[in-house]
Write a protein that binds this ligand. Structure first.
Ligand code: 13P
Length: 312
């Protein structure tokens, strides 16, 4: 049964891959690049690329303008719930149009891809980096799913991030418990070898959403993983993690740092400020512009923390 399912997945991937993807991943004509070279450069030079979750056009503009202003490579990403809000084709069109006017490398990444089908949907839409998140599955099932996605995406030169261990908190639409969140280093070695993935999201005690207390990030565990795993490592759940801890994580092998909640909070703060100051305002441009400004300021600040300014 498992073999039949795997064969069907492969056939589906082949059919998708054999379709003309147009110019979507051609650097130069289209400014979107894949995350592969960016993360390897970050790994080599000891910094991290900021990865920012976007929900709407203003957040896309804010992230790209912020990265452009400080000349940093940047990753924009969307979760499955964002892709329920609007199609991946819409985000692709929006991000690639905004990237065309920028001089820095821009990646469009699927964050927490929840199924093979969604990963292929984003791939087809032109996303230049894909995450498959099988961390809630057994190790064997996670390996099988992550490998199937990596095999399919690599056929189109698109790199794949996968997760082992757990990032707790409110992850997209799901609440994830933290009974044993930590990535096991030896399992990580096997996972990376058997799946062929390009980067690994690790569980080291961070959580998505708003922290109730001080996050307890296990940098020692990160060091252990770094010693045995060669692919770039990814930190999830970074909103609310103290700057010094983020710096320590980057010093110890984190090459991609994810921020979602912070951007949502910043956007909403800006919108709320305008709406509550003026009850008569009805033009979305007025309040969205303030949301955009707040996101841009925050992203510039996070890029400085990641050490990626000037690396674009
Ligand atoms: P935060 O919402 O905690 O910033 O987490 C973002 C994230 O890891 C997206 O995958």
């Amino acid at each position: 049964m498992l073999l039949v399912m795997l064969a069907c997945k492969r056939l589906y991937a082949y059919l998708l891959l054999s379709r003309d993807r147009g110019t979507v991943i051609q650097k130069g004509e289209n400014m979107l690049v894949t995350s592969k070279e960016l993360l390897l450069d970050a790994q080599k030079n000891g910094y991290a690329v900021g990865a920012f979750n976007v929900e709407n056009m203003e957040m896309v503009q804010a992230v790209i303008e912020a990265a452009e202003e400080v000349q940093a490579p940047v990753i924009l990403q969307t979760t499955p719930s964002t892709l329920k809000y609007a199609d991946p084709e819409l985000y692709f069109a929006n991000v690639s149009a905004a990237a065309r006017n920028a001089s820095i490398p821009v990646v469009l990444h699927l964050d927490h891809g929840s199924s093979f089908a969604l990963a292929m949907r984003a791939f087809r839409a032109g996303y230049t980096s894909i995450m498959i998140d099988g961390s809630k599955l057994s190790l064997e099932e996670n390996i099988e799913l992550s490998k199937a996605v990596a095999d399919a995406c690599h056929g189109g030169n698109i790199p794949v991030e996968a997760e082992l261990g757990k990032v707790g908190g409110k992850e997209d639409d799901l609440v994830v418990g933290l009974d044993n969140p930590y990535t096991d280093p030896q399992e990580a070695v096997r996972f990376v070898e058997e799946t062929g993935i390009d980067s690994l999201a690790v569980g080291i005690g961070t959580a998505h959403g708003i922290y109730k207390g001080e996050p307890n990030v296990n940098v020692e565990r990160l060091k252990e993983i770094r010693q045995v795993v060669s692919v770039p490592l990814v930190l999830h759940g970074t909103s609310g993690v103290p700057d010094q801890t983020v710096r320590e994580c980057i010093e110890n092998g984190i090459c991609k740092v994810n921020y979602a909640t912070d951007l949502r909070v910043a956007f909403t703060r800006g919108v709320r400020e305008v709406l509550s100051a003026d009850q008569d305002v009805f033009d979305p441009k007025k309040y969205n512009a303030k949301g955009r400004e707040e996101v841009k300021k925050h992203v510039m600040n996070r890029i400085q923390l990641c050490g990626s300014a000037g690396r674009g």
